[in-house]
Design a protein around this ligand. Structure first.
Ligand code: GRF
Length: 208
């Protein structure tokens, strides 16, 4: 049984997509053991509680350094014996201490085609505003393993979504979620659960 720990801060629609994909068997032999939020009012916590998943709130402001915050997260994840960590709209940047025990075991979803419109400062609607401002004809979403450098870890899956006339950042954000994020995040977790992902440097290969 693969045990997942999810880190969230907000609405949790990607978390919901993973919960649903486990429930309907698309992601086999897997459970979400703990959902940790750095924000006590995150709706993602309600989504988790509703289906009986344990939750914890660990606010960044309770710690004097990123290192202490990271270590508190790591301790909670270890005490739940997790094998895979999913960042699902987690709005705090993790330092190198977080990754020591979890190399290639932390995934994130980013709402653009990395390396475009990614890295520090590119989060939430800012990503989609920048894509539209630039005049792109395509955007999309990327699932990647997380490293201490923001949005720069090995790419697992990407899916493109076309820009349409009249798109606003809000409309584009919604379409990218529906057509890309909620599709490729469960798919990447399924591949991990099936043992089909292997990482060599920046390259992630998917076994047939
Ligand atoms: C998503 O757009 C995701 O790509 C980004 O943060 C947002 C989280 O949304 N990392 P939700 O909390 O999953 O609804």
């Amino acid at each position: 049984m693969l045990r997942i720990g999810a880190l969230v801060s907000g609405g949790g629609t990607n978390l919901q997509a993973i919960i649903d994909a486990i429930a309907n068997g698309y992601i086999p032999d897997t459970e979400i053991s703990i959902v940790i939020s750095n924000k006590k009012n995150a709706f993602a916590l309600e989504r988790a509680s509703k289906v009986g998943i344990n939750t914890r709130v660990i606010p960044r402001k309770n710690f004097s350094s990123t290192k202490d915050f990271d270590l508190a997260l790591v301790e909670e994840l270890h005490s739940n014996d997790v094998d895979l960590i999913l960042l699902a709209g987690f709005m705090s940047i993790l330092g190198p201490d977080f990754f020591t025990d979890f190399e290639n075991r932390v995934m994130n979803i980013h709402p653009a085609l990395i390396p475009a419109f990614s890295g520090p400062g590119y989060y939430g609607l800012k990503v989609h505003e920048a894509v539209l401002e630039y005049g792109c004809k395509l955007s999309g979403a990327s699932v990647h393993f997380v490293t201490p450098e923001v949005d720069a870890g090995p790419l697992i899956l990407q899916r493109s979504v076309g820009i349409e006339t009249g798109d606003t950042p809000e409309i584009l954000q919604k379409r990218i979620m529906e057509e890309a994020e909620w599709v490729i995040y469960p798919e990447a977790v399924r591949l991990f659960a099936l043992g089909k992902l292997s990482v060599s440097g920046r390259q992630v290969s998917i076994k047939p």
